[in-house]
Design a protein around this ligand. Structure first.
Ligand SMILES: Nc1ncnc2c1ncn2[C@@H]1O[C@H](COP(=O)(O)OP(=O)(O)OP(=O)(O)O)[C@@H](O)[C@H]1O
Length: 227
């Protein structure tokens, strides 16, 4: 049986007079590619913030495997054209635990490896400000990978990219999942991407949710009933 990285049990969260998550239970196992879907405002980002320990639930609990390392890829935000750092230096920014004011050989090798993994080797020395939207998002993906996480969270990380660029980014993520066994939690409301990439889903709706293997998603309607 595969190892459980995240276990969510009876989780509820209400903002004042505004219930968002109600009695939510699910697990994320190592190696899974979980798609978290649901309409705007249903609580997807709230769930991510609870997992990242930025918000405390009203009741229930989220248990993370001891020492679980999480990498986070944010929603696309543009970087000023004059942003001075190269793609390589931008990725290196996220290294934690650096003891020297310069990078060790091992850290440099990790940066090189990550740049290869996200497919930016040819332009690693280009200023990030001059990179395309898709390349910038791959650089954020690289930042999320430098500390060698067990789990990658992508919160609407493909929103506002064009359709081909979305797929290109998710092709990289899928490769990380299949070849390196990296566990993925992908938040999106893009049903086309959700059908194509994840192997499991968690579908949040107002006051309820459904979860299962991707093959079951085709049988569900908007209300969570099997059709
Ligand atoms: N700190 C807060 N205080 C009060 N209400 C909040 C707070 N944070 C979020 N909300 C509300 O909780 C609900 C869920 O927000 P959340 O951002 O989790 O939704 P979402 O599913 O991620 O939506 P989207 O797809 O639009 O990003 C929304 O109605 C939002 O306005």
């Amino acid at each position: 049986m595969s190892e459980t990285l995240i276990s969510v049990e009876n989780l509820s969260l209400s903002f004042p007079n505004h219930p968002v998550l109600t009695n939510l239970s699910f697990k994320v196992n190592r190696g899974e590619f979980l798609g978290v879907i649901g309409e705007n405002g249903v609580g997807k980002t709230t769930l991510v913030r609870i997992i990242l320990n930025q918000l405390r639930p009203s009741s229930g609990e989220v248990r993370l495997k001891d020492g679980l390392k999480i990498g986070y890829v944010p929603q696309f935000r543009n970087v000023d054209i004059e942003f001075p750092l190269s793609i390589k230096d931008f990725i290196a920014l996220n290294f934690t635990g650096i003891k020297l004011p310069w990078l060790s050989k091992k850290e440099k090798a990790r940066i090189k490896k990550v740049i290869e993994l996200v497919g930016l080797t040819d332009i690693a020395n280009r200023p990030l400000g001059l990179a395309s939207g898709g390349e910038k998002q791959k650089a954020y993906l690289g930042q999320a990978l430098v500390n060698d996480p067990d789990l990658l969270i992508l919160d609407e990380s493909t929103a506002s990219l064009d359709p081909n660029t979305k797929q290109e980014l998710l092709d990289v993520v899928l490769r990380l999942n299949k070849q390196l066994g990296l566990t993925i939690l992908f938040v999106s409301h893009d049903m086309q991407l959700i059908h194509k990439y994840p192997d499991h889903y968690l579908w949040l709706r107002k006051g309820k949710y459904t979860t299962g293997a991707m093959s079951d998603l085709h049988n569900e309607n908007q209300e969570g009933q099997y059709v």
